[in-house]
Each structure stands twice: as structure tokens, then as C-alpha cells.
Design a protein around this ligand. Structure first.
Ligand code: ZN
Length: 253
């Protein structure tokens, strides 16, 4: 079973995975029945989570809502430290994640717009470097695991900042190597194999290091390093399967 799941997650293009995920998760949740781990997003309990990632690391992906560690931490942050679930907000969700999309869309306090270059979940197809929105339009922008795919990161970040209202906040998660001091990028490397070796995935253009928040500050955001992760007990970290190194960067305009 494990090998089949690994194969599906690795080999099937993401857009089909998203389209048929209801079928996939229905099948898999039966095999992962149990009460060792718990997903705070879909509130289901399992024997363990699914393996995920290039190395097929174990116990990461929620079989039901397809959340990973970073989604679960972000959800817990929104629940515990913000008024996201009660206050009226206008939100732009770029590259909307499966785990959040349906839940955010149903929330009556959120005026919710999704956008992407190609995702079937997106209301609007767009290029992040040239977005069809007015200045100061959104209270909240989510744009996770996008920047590592963008050649002109500065332009993309300036667009996100432009469409945000003053005082609004953005979540701009990227895959981050906590052992790397400075982001490593070389746009002349275009070979997918080389990119996979150097940047961790065939379509990544750089490998972010610990200077990532500095890059956001340079783009004009005020960055708050949220250390919610430190407040969880070891039991909770294992129960929700969170990454205890993960810092949430809240980018404020
Ligand atoms: Zn879940």
C-alpha cells in the first residue's frame, strides 16, 4: 500500500491529484484508520499520515484533506492567534492549497478570490508578476510555495505588496533550508535534473536560506517572525505532526 501511495503522490501530476483527490482520500483513509495522529484542519484522526516528498519521508500528508506540516501550523496560527474566522476580510489566495480551499470558500466573513497560472481551483488565471487587481485591494494574501518557481521574485513580491491594503498581512511560505545562511540562486541553471540536485525540485529556481525574511523586508514588507511552534508540547508536535523548526513569517504592509 505504501508503495502505491508513494507512486501516486510522486508520479501523478498535481492538477490530476487535486481533481481526483476525493477518490484518493476516500480509499486511503480506510487503510490509515486509527487514533495516533490528528489533523487540526479536517479534524480527522489516523494511525499515521501518508509519506510525502522526494525522499518519501514518512508520516507527513493528511489522507483526508492532503495537509502537510506547514498547512497544519498555518491553520493553528489562524485559529489561535488571529480573528481570521470571525472578522470580515477580503482575501486573495494565490496557488490555493487543496487543504484550505474548500474551507475558506465556505466562510461567510471572507470575500475570497483564488488565482493561479493554471490550477483548476483558481477563479482567475493570472501571472503573479502582473496581476489584474487595483492597488490596496486585499486585507490578506496567501501565496505559499510559489516564489521558488518565479524568476523575477522582486517583481512578484512588489505585486503582492501593491494589491494589499495598508495594515494587511500576507503569508508567503517557501521551502526553506534551515542549514543555509544565504539563499542560493543561479538563474542560468535551467536543466531540470540540475535544478532538482541544487534546488530540491526540478522546477525550483532557487534554494531559500535563513535570509528569507530579509528578502521580504527588502521587498517592502514588515516581517513578524511568529514562533507559535514553540508553544506546543512534544505530544502536540507529534499528534499534529508539525515541524518544530518552522517559523511562520507574517508579512505586513
Ligand atoms: Zn486533514
Amino acid at each position: 500500500m505504501r508503495r502505491i501511495i508513494k507512486f501516486i503522490v510522486k508520479k501523478i501530476p498535481r492538477k490530476y491529484l487535486i481533481k481526483f483527490s476525493f477518490l484518493f482520500s476516500a480509499l486511503v483513509s480506510v487503510f490509515y484508520k486509527g487514533n495516533t495522529v490528528e489533523c487540526p484542519i479536517c479534524e480527522n484522526k489516523f494511525r499515521k499520515f501518508l509519506p510525502y516528498g522526494n525522499k518519501g519521508n514518512d508520516n507527513r500528508l493528511c489522507p483526508k484533506c492532503l495537509s502537510l506540516e506547514r498547512h497544519r501550523l498555518l491553520w493553528l496560527y489562524l485559529k489561535q492567534e488571529t480573528d481570521f474566522f470571525s472578522k470580515k476580510y477580503k482575501m486573495l489566495h494565490l496557488a490555493p492549497e487543496q487543504a484550505f480551499y474548500k474551507r475558506f470558500k465556505k466562510m461567510s466573513n471572507i470575500d475570497y478570490i483564488t488565482a493561479d497560472l493554471e490550477s483548476p481551483l483558481a477563479d482567475i488565471k493570472l501571472d503573479i508578476k502582473k496581476m489584474p487587481f487595483k492597488n490596496n485591494e486585499f486585507d490578506i494574501v496567501f501565496c505559499n510555495h510559489v516564489m521558488e518557481h518565479i524568476d523575477d521574485e522582486k517583481k512578484a513580491l512588489s505585486e503582492v505588496l501593491r494589491v494589499m491594503k495598508k495594515g494587511g498581512f500576507a503569508i508567503l511560505q517557501v521551502p526553506l533550508d534551515y542549514n543555509l545562511e544565504k539563499t542560493f540562486e543561479d538563474l542560468s541553471i535551467t536543466n531540470p535534473k540540475e535544478r532538482e540536485k541544487l534546488f530540491g525540485q526540478y522546477d525550483h529556481l532557487r534554494l531559500y536560506g535563513k535570509d528569507y525574511p530579509k528578502r521580504l523586508t527588502n521587498a517592502g514588507f514588515k516581517v513578524i517572525e511568529n514562533k507559535l511552534i514553540d508553544k506546543f508540547t512534544d505530544y502536540e508536535l507529534n499528534r499534529y505532526r508539525l515541524d518544530k523548526r518552522e517559523i511562520l513569517y507574517i508579512a505586513i504592509k
